[in-house]
Design a protein around this ligand. Structure first.
Ligand code: UDP
Length: 259
């Protein structure tokens, strides 16, 4: 796939060594998994679209002062990011009940929650990403109390900002998952930054008028038109120029950085 050293391969992305120390190249695949890897498939063109969508959202967040690992997009499927020490916690924010919270508490999908709810999950495929509390996180040393405070305040800002941004293009931000990392500077100082990606792979986005699902739930539950949904999100964000759909698909197949 590439001459560069592969640092890590996940379900939807590959991380390669970057051109400078302290940088990585994040490559977006078309592969999709759900239900802790029990369902696998590919969504044609997904990697290209998620690369663009995540670039756009991370850039907007950087603009409002949310620090992220994103540096710049390199090509159709790759972006340059700062190398961070990933905190092994998935931070889930929920505005509307769906998915596991509906199942766990018997709340009808689509019910607005009385306020935004934040949950933590420990990143472990072997354990099936169990839900954890702040007590577990700090007691087991996955994150320090100060790290958690920073993650929580960034998460609330991100939720407020993205909820408004998506509402402006007719999409309800039902829930989403964030990951954070520790970024060290040359003096050894550390700060918590947003890492990973923000895309329809890890957000639930529903059309505000029809409640149509425009995210990975279309893949999870075999609803069809998965690729169309991802493309529609990109189109509404204004990052999919009209008429270049074929071009994106073709270019995306090549997609390796000229490193
Ligand atoms: N999510 C994710 N990765 C995971 C688990 C959840 O990106 O490993 C996202 C998911 O796309 C949704 C939100 O987090 O937007 C809440 O997911 P939920 O807990 O309802 O789990 P699911 O329904 O995926 O089992």
């Amino acid at each position: 796939m590439s001459r560069r050293r592969r640092i890590y391969e996940g379900k939807a992305k590959v991380l390669f060594e970057g051109p400078e120390p302290g940088t990585l190249v994040q490559y977006f695949k078309d592969d999709a998994t759900a239900f802790n890897n029990q369902k696998r498939g590919t969504i044609s063109g997904k990697g290209v679209l998620n690369n663009r969508i995540s670039e756009y959202l991370m850039t907007r967040l950087n603009d409002i002062g949310v620090p992220t690992h994103f540096m710049r997009r390199l090509n159709m499927r790759e972006q340059l990011v700062y190398e961070v020490e990933i905190i092994p916690i998935e931070v889930v924010v929920r505005n509307v009940a769906a998915g596991s919270i509906s199942k766990r508490f018997g709340i009808a999908e689509g019910t607005s929650l009385p306020r935004s709810i934040i949950e933590y999950y420990y990143k472990s495929d072997d354990l099936g990403d169990p839900m954890v509390t702040e007590e577990h996180i700090t007691a087991f040393g996955w994150a320090a109390p100060q790290d958690l405070d920073d993650m929580m305040s960034l998460t609330l800002r991100i939720n407020d900002y993205l909820s408004g941004l998506f509402l402006g293009i007719g999409l309800k931000l039902v829930d989403f998952k964030l990951e954070f990392g520790r970024l060290y500077n040359e003096h050894g100082d550390m700060r918590i930054v947003l890492a990973d990606e923000i895309s329809p792979d890890n957000c639930r986005l529903w059309d505000v008028t029809t409640n149509e699902k425009m995210d990975k739930d279309r893949f999870r539950h075999d609803l069809g038109k998965v690729e169309d949904a991802y493309r529609e999100v990109a189109r509404r964000l204004g990052i999919l120029p009209e008429g270049d759909v074929t071009e994106i698909r073709l270019e995306g197949k090549e997609g390796q950085a000229a490193s």
